[in-house]
Design a protein around this ligand. Structure first.
Ligand code: THU
Length: 133
């Protein structure tokens, strides 16, 4: 992929991380989801005193995009707060996989470590709509 695009998606995810509401874990995450038409949706994690009601940055970005009518995605950039690149949790992988494969760009807190994988590598043999037929 174009290096400039990857950098700009990571910068947007980093910006999104500034709005994270993570008073319980103190682990802020930002995500930037890119649509096939070039539109981008930024998300952050939003935690809750009822811990299980919290939502990850990736699903925030995905729900914003879906609610605006988008269905096709090419990339998601994720920036966590730790030393290691942030990979999407299982629930986020499942939610993203509903809409097909995409590139997952994972970065650590200061973007010094960036790793790129396809979602299909991160969620092989997942449950999908074909199984319901
Ligand atoms: N979190 C995300 O937002 N995305 C990830 O990829 C991993 C985890 C959030 C959930 C919770 O608010 C905090 O990070 C610690 O788990």
């Amino acid at each position: 992929m174009q290096e400039g695009l990857q950098k700009s998606l990571l910068q947007s995810a980093l910006k999104g991380r500034e709005n994270a509401y993570a008073p319980y874990s103190d682990y802020a995450v930002g995500a930037c989801l890119r649509c096939e038409d070039g539109a981008q949706y930024i998300g952050c994690n939003v935690e809750n005193a009822a811990f299980g009601s919290s939502i990850c940055a990736e699903r925030t970005a995905l729900c914003k995009a879906i609610s605006e009518g988008k269905r096709r995605f090419t990339d998601i950039a994720i920036v966590g707060s730790g030393a290691l690149p942030a990979y999407p949790c299982g629930a986020c992988r499942q939610m993203l996989a509903e809409f097909g494969d995409l590139r997952v760009i994972s970065a650590n807190h200061d973007l010094s470590k960036v790793e790129v994988r396809m979602l299909s590598e991160l969620l092989p043999l997942g449950f999908g709509k074909e199984a319901l037929r």
